[in-house]
Write a protein that binds this ligand. Structure first.
Ligand code: C2E
Ligand code: CA
Ligand code: CA
Length: 656
């Protein structure tokens, strides 16, 4: 109770930051002042003793008492546990003790003063009063840091002395008493004002410090948020580029890897974003584990990760590191009870000199990644100067594709597809040809993916489709037009309607059209692809799965989506000619098509032997340079005797 009262009076509240700051301020000021206060008290009391008794001895008297307490208190204030290691409750404890010590000392001083006043003559009595008063006011000032202690000498010394003086009914003493009480009252007011001022200063200082802390914390959090990837907790692209800038500026050995997951979009689309996110988190932790302290791993966005390797410069080491990282990241991952096989591609580049631009290094790694993605199943590729040429060419193609006269330079050739039993042409596959005025002929396998990325494919393919439909109208009704749909077209809402509208405009029946789609295109957005293909199929078009066996040959969707034909990938077909394994594989895939009830078409039939082989293995149809090369529209007329009728003799010869 007493302690709580005293705390209240001392203005101590340890529950708030400002309260604690105030305690610290009072404590440290008091610690500085206490020795001086004692010195002042000691000198004044010694002088009073000397004046009152005419002698000064060290015996059982007040100066000796003060000196002893001084020594004890100095030890207390400056001994162990009183310095930086003192906590707030310890500080409060010491200050509370100071109040008691001040009271004890003041009582002793007051008693001695009254004693001397009582036994002195009138002249000395006045001096004693002044000594007592001065001592009290001096000590009170010395203890301003702790008003609770500062008030004590004023009350316990000046109070009784003034009372005694007033009771003496002596006008001189009464005057002196009034003067002392006035001085004490004024000092008390000053002490109170000082204490309030101190509290106010500390309060506002704490408030400012609090605000500063809040704004610093907010700043720190903003920096973290701006440089951290929310999902994986890894540094983001911005942080990665900043780290790369530091490394390249210093000229220390550094290498960059950009790692991209293969077919991540398909996982995301098929199994949902929650699974996709889990997969990314797992890949991130695998990367961090495998890179360790040798570098910095960041998520650059989507399924792309960046790694900055410190202390790597030798080509051999960087390439080996790329392979190691890939091997550690790849492999099965179990998510929600389902197993996923992670594969990735990795492009690497090396900083060869100080000050190499980070964006250049990243672009080099990107070019290398582009090459790495060509490796079936994913791989690692280190940037080489000649890749620069391919990057330049890509830039040229991008610019050429955007030129206004691009469409005028587009053309189509048609490659016949033969029924391998009758030898008759059943369809012509339209294949795009583009001859740019500067670049010359650019293969569709080169420009179609770039046009897709630039979102120009709708325009280009729309134009090609119109040309193809117009050409196909003049063919015999038994020959279909086979047209390749790009991934973006296949997965765009409304593209089936656009194709049907174009057919109507060209006055070509939908059953004359055959669309070829690839597995990769399907998987880009299976549901949309299915919607488009179903609409086309219902209208009468034939749906062909192209390049089967080139990618992942996932048979799951073969059951979900009905195809009319499956085109076996050229690589699968030609491999059958070179090895027994290849032949067995081709036989198995043809068998699979039979089980699914879909007829198979062999493409890239490049030789007589291959033709015989695919016939023997049971392929229903065939296409390839041996059978016929892609031809311009007008050559088809000559080929079929001007009436587009099949020259039975010729194809029977080829089929034989
Ligand atoms: P694809 O659909 O698999 O087309 C077959 C490709 O194989 C054609 O190459 C054709 O010329 C080639 N080929 C035909 N017979 C043989 C052979 O016996 N041996 C070898 N090695 N190759 C043969 P092309 O015309 O360069 O087309 C490449 C790819 O470009 C096509 O592959 C197709 O995916 C795409 N493409 C072509 N035209 C178009 C188009 O108009 N639109 C879209 N979206 N893609 C197209
Ligand atoms: Ca095709
Ligand atoms: Ca193909």
């Amino acid at each position: 109770m007493l302690a709580r009262l005293m705390n209240l009076y001392m203005g101590v509240d340890l529950s708030t930051g400002a309260g604690r700051a105030l305690v610290e301020e009072r404590y440290w000021s008091l610690r500085r002042q206490v020795p001086i206060v004692f010195l002042l008290g000691f000198v004044n009391i010694s002088a009073m003793e000397l004046a009152g008794t005419g002698r000064l001895t060290f015996g059982l008297n007040v100066p000796t008492f003060i000196a002893c307490i001084w020594v004890v208190r100095l030890k207390h204030w400056f001994g162990r546990g009183s310095g930086r290691d003192a906590d707030h409750s310890e500080m409060v404890k010491r200050m509370r003790q100071t109040v008691f010590v001040a009271a004890a000392v003041c009582v002793a001083v007051c008693a001695r003063c009254l004693y001397l006043i009582h036994f002195s003559d009138e002249a000395l009595q006045m001096a004693m009063m002044l000594f007592g008063g001065l001592t009290a006011i001096g000590v009170a000032y010395g203890l301003t840091a702790l008003p609770a202690a500062g008030f004590i000498p004023l009350v316990l010394i000046i109070g009784p002395i003034s009372a005694v003086a007033l009771l003496s009914h002596e006008p001189r003493f009464a005057g002196a008493a009034f003067a002392l009480v006035a001085a004490a009252t004024f000092t008390l007011r000053l002490l109170g004002a000082h204490s309030r001022h101190l509290s106010a200063v500390i309060q506002s200082r704490s408030a400012i410090a609090g605000e500063q802390e809040v704004s610093e914390r907010a700043h720190r959090e903003a920096v973290v948020a701006a440089t951290t990837d929310f999902l994986t907790g890894l540094p983001n692209r911005r942080a990665f580029v900043a780290a790369l800038e530091v490394a390249t500026a210093k000229g220390s050995p550094a290498a960059v890897a950009i790692l991209d997951l293969n077919r991540f979009k398909a996982v995301n689309d098929t199994f949902g974003h929650a699974i996709g996110d889990l997969l990314l988190v797992e890949v991130a932790s695998r990367l961090v584990r495998s890179v360790g302290k040798r570098g910095l791993v960041a998520r650059l966005g989507g399924d792309e990760f960046g790694i900055l390797f410190h202390d790597l410069r030798r080509t051999r080491d960087v390439a080996a590191m790329g392979r190691t990282i890939l091997a550690r990241v790849s492999g099965p991952v179990l998510l929600n009870g389902r197993e996923f096989i992670v594969t990735a591609s990795c492009g690497l580049s090396i900083a060869h000199k100080a000050g190499q631009s980070p964006s250049r290094l990243m672009a080099d790694a990107d070019v290398a990644l582009y090459q790495a993605k060509e490796i079936p199943g994913g791989g690692a590729a280190l940037f080489e100067a000649q890749m620069e040429a391919s990057r330049r060419r890509r830039g040229q193609i991008e610019r050429a594709l955007q030129r206004s006269d691009m469409r005028a330079n587009l053309n189509l050739v048609y490659q016949p597809i033969f029924d391998l039993t009758t030898g008759r042409v059943i369809a012509h596959e339209a294949l795009a040809r583009w001859t740019d005025c500067e670049l010359g002929a650019v293969a569709p396998s080169e420009f179609v993916p770039i046009a897709e990325q630039l979102n120009l494919i709708h325009d280009i393919n729309g134009h090609l489709m119109q040309m193809a439909f117009a050409t196909a109208r003049s063919w015999p009704a038994s020959i279909r037009l086979s047209f390749n749909l790009s991934a973006i077209q296949l997965c765009s809402p409304g593209s089936a309607a656009a194709v049907l509208a174009a057919l109507e405009k060209a006055d070509l029946a939908p059953d004359r059209l055959q669309v070829e789609v690839t597995e990769t295109a399907l998987l880009a957005d299976f549901e949309r692809a299915r919607a488009n293909l179903t609409r086309l199929r219902e209208a009468g078009a034939t749906i062909v799965l192209d390049d089967f066996g080139a990618g992942y040959a996932s048979i799951g969707y073969l059951r979900e989506l009905k195809f009319d034909q499956i085109k076996l990938d050229g690589g699968l077909v030609t491999a059958a000619q070179h090895s027994e394994d290849g032949k067995r594989l081709l036989r198995a895939v043809i068998g699979l098509c039979e089980i699914l009830g879909v007829s198979s078409v062999a493409e890239h039939v490049e030789s007589r032997e291959l033709l015989m082989l695919v016939q023997e293995l049971g392929c229903a149809a065939g296409q390839g340079f041996w059978l016929e090369k892609p031809l311009p529209a007008e050559r088809l007329n000559t080929l079929y005797g001007g009436q587009l009728a099949i020259d039975d003799g010729r194809h029977a010869r080829r089929a034989a």
